[in-house]
Design a protein around this ligand. Structure first.
Ligand SMILES: Cc1cc2nc3c(=O)[nH]c(=O)nc-3n(C[C@H](O)[C@H](O)[C@H](O)COP(=O)(O)OP(=O)(O)OC[C@H]3O[C@@H](n4cnc5c(N)ncnc54)[C@H](O)[C@@H]3O)c2cc1C
Length: 375
């Protein structure tokens, strides 16, 4: 009999969530991580990730979002930690842009609370913004952010409290189907389990070379700016935001404890990166891609750079997630819920992965995440 029911490879957002959801069902589960959980070399670091209900990417994500909000709340109660900070979110841009039209479509279809503002009203409510007269703002009161590192720590602590085992600083070298089970070769020996979940983030393709999906890892930059004037960034006047402009889509968060405002460009650069060799130093050119939006649209944030960090997106061509069985290995499930927007879903994805690994199916609609769409 295999040592474990499920082995989870990778303890970033998705692996930690899957391990937690498995352990709370009493499943014998182990999680293996090549670094220390909460590290800054994958996709899950940098203080904050946006969470929102009216999803501009596609309205079909809304049911999963409702479930993820509920599971974050459960995790907060279990761990007595504040993980989700509701600030509201202002989504601003041209009325025919991807962000405004997408958010409105999802909000209207699902009857979500939202307010639509013209540019003048938007700048009155949120005085940090300077936007063209024809722009529109959509405010969703349910938006906010998840505290990244505390969220991962809470999921891992809860998984361990429910009996999960964890091995850190151990590299998984291969995951193979062996009869009706799986064998996982690691830098510290082999592990056998009934099923495996591979949630290796930017390393997924390396670990599952046969994965029939054109995944691309791209280098991103998150930057924190000391405001020139802190007044417009008071919490009542500056929610989480997404701003679509001639410079692309930028997003940001209310000031952190240091007073600095985190602002980044979604799909910062589109060049392909190798997660082990990527240049993690933030350059002036990186900073410039963010500063153009500050200069034109959030001038009071255009102060000295307080901090900056690189991070990685793992991107599919349609920017939808991958959650599926690995072809040719029926006991191996792969999860790549990224394309730059996966973190908020982590507990719900963990639930889906736990369903799949223990029962082979899930009640959640994951048709959008199937590998067959690439064939
Ligand atoms: C700059 C940036 C901003 C973002 N903003 C948002 C946002 O606002 N809202 C949102 O919802 N999402 C956002 N995202 C996306 C979100 O952060 C990701 O979807 C999510 O973090 C992906 O988690 P993951 O577990 O798949 O990957 P990761 O966190 O990278 O975890 C994979 C783990 O697997 C481990 N691993 C890999 N290979 C091995 C191996 N061989 N052996 C052992 N361990 C291994 C890695 O070390 C890593 O810890 C953003 C991402 C970035 C980079």
């Amino acid at each position: 009999m295999p040592q474990f029911d499920v082995v989870v490879v990778g303890l970033g957002a998705m692996g930690s969530a899957a391990l937690h959801q498995l352990a709370r069902r009493g499943v014998r589960a182990i999680g293996i991580e090549q670094f220390t959980p909460g590290h800054d070399r994958g996709s899950s670091h940098g203080e904050s990730r946006i969470i929102r209900l009216g999803y501009f990417e596609h309205p079909s994500y809304v049911p999963l979002l409702r479930r993820t909000y509920a599971l974050w709340r459960e995790l907060e109660a279990q761990s007595a930690a504040k993980l989700v900070h509701i600030t509201g979110i202002a989504e601003i841009g041209p009325p025919d842009g991807e962000v405004v039209t997408g958010t409105l479509a999802a909000s209207r279809l699902h009857g979500l609370p939202h307010e639509v503002m013209d540019a003048a009203e938007c700048m009155r409510r949120f005085p940090a913004f300077k936007i063209p007269a024809d722009y529109v703002g959509v405010f969703q009161p349910d938006g906010g952010f998840v505290a990244v590192e505390p969220a991962i720590a809470a999921m891992i602590a809860q998984a361990q409290a429910c009996g999960a085992e964890i091995q850190t600083n151990i590299v998984v070298r291969s995951v193979t189907q062996q009869g009706n089970a799986v064998r996982v070769e690691t830098s510290a020996g082999a592990i056998e389990a009934r099923t495996a979940i591979v949630a290796a983030g930017p390393w997924l393709k390396r670990l599952t070379p046969a994965l029939p999906a054109p995944l691309r890892v791209t280098r991103q930059v998150q930057a924190w700016f000391a405001p020139l004037d802190p007044a417009p960034f008071a919490s009542s006047r500056f929610p989480v935001f997404l701003l679509e402009s001639a410079h692309g889509v930028h997003y940001g968060f209310p000031p952190s404890g240091s007073g600095a405002v985190k602002i980044a460009k979604h799909h910062h650069r589109d060049e392909t990166a190798d997660p082990d060799r990527v240049d993690r130093a933030v350059t002036e050119a990186d900073e410039a891609l963010i500063r153009v939006a500050l200069r034109d649209h959030i001038p009071a944030a255009n102060g000295p750079l307080a901090a900056a960090k690189t991070c990685l997106y793992t991107v599919t061509p349609d920017r939808d997630f991958i959650i599926d069985r690995l072809p040719g290995a029926p006991n191996v499930f792969v999860a790549s819920p990224c394309s730059g927007h996966g973190f908020k879903f982590a507990p719900a994805i963990g639930e889906i992965l736990a369903d799949l690994a223990t029962g082979g199916g899930t009640g959640h609609d994951i048709s959008r995440f199937r590998l067959s769409r690439f064939s």
